[in-house]
Design a protein around this ligand. Structure first.
Ligand code: HEC
Length: 240
């Protein structure tokens, strides 16, 4: 099956390809993805360092903090890691390993798909039916509720072609759309009104049911803990 063929929720995922990270799919692996926010000026790099300088700088900083050197040793037991040999690769692998732990298989929607009809309320089931019959599942399909296809011909927000994003844990990941200009879930869903060009039928009255269904995709083990301290001693939290 090619990634552009939509899967309906619950349909077999065999052969389904969901690779490609970032809105334009520019990273092929989690390891490749992991270092990009550090390099990106508006995400983490800021203006003091160039794109070429920033990763060596981060390697230096981490190497200078004994607690991190210990943690890298613990994470890579087959190697002997000292302040002299922490590499960008170690950082990418460590971040990717952490990200692989963030998975969300235990939503009420998953229970429903597994056969527990009582897992969803009647409003959520109405929303699920609207999601399928209204055309949302054509793009938001498969286990991630995303076919991960770049939408070049059918642009959802009037800016650029972006890939279909996952809708798992969506109630916890505001703001929405790639510019973050939709601050609430209802507002994001509302953008689909009068979008017959996307082969979607959705009216104002449907927003509440669709939002109820999308909230059933929330998973209890979605990672939300923010540590109280980090080994660098930097202030944790900020604007996140
Ligand atoms: C033509 C494919 C397509 C269809 C059909 C579609 N979507 Fe989307 N959806 C996308 C793409 C692509 C984006 C990302 C747009 C952006 O970032 O600007 C998106 C974004 C979203 C988001 C915001 C996700 C986020 O993390 O920011 C929500 C919520 C959403 N869609 C819900 C729906 C609902 C509900 C329907 C049906 C009414 C629907 N979509 C139909 C492709 C589609």
């Amino acid at each position: 099956m090619s990634p552009s063929q939509a899967l309906m929720p619950g349909e077999s995922t065999e052969g389904f390809i969901a690779n490609g990270y970032f809105w334009d799919l520019r990273a092929d692996s989690l390891e490749q993805q992991a270092l990009e926010p550090i390099r990106n000026q508006i995400e983490m790099r800021g203006e003091r360092f160039t794109e070429q300088q920033i990763l060596p700088e981060i390697v230096n900083r981490l190497s200078g903090i004994p607690e991190y050197v210990d943690m890298f040793n613990h994470a890579f037991p087959a190697e002997i890691i000292s302040a002299d040999n922490i590499s960008q690769e170690h950082i990418a692998k460590a971040l990717a390993a952490f990200q692989r732990e963030i998975f969300s298989p235990n939503s009420r929607f998953d229970e429903f798909i597994a056969g527990n009809d009582a897992a969803l309320t009647s409003q959520e089931i109405t929303g699920l039916n609207k999601f399928i019959n209204g055309g949302c599942a054509r793009c938001h399909s498969g286990p991630l509720l995303a076919d991960n296809v770049l939408r070049e011909d059918q642009i959802v927000t009037n800016f650029e072609a972006v890939r279909t994003p996952s809708l798992r844990n969506i109630s916890k990941t505001a703001p929405y759309m790639h510019l973050g200009d939709s601050s609430t879930l209802n507002n994001a869903i509302g953008l689909y009104e009068d979008r017959g060009d996307l082969q979607v039928t959705m009216e104002d009255d449907d927003v509440g049911d669709l939002a109820a269904f999308l909230r059933s995709l929330d998973s209890d083990n979605f990672y939300q803990e923010i540590p109280t301290r980090v080994p660098s001693g930097l202030k944790v939290g900020g604007e996140i």
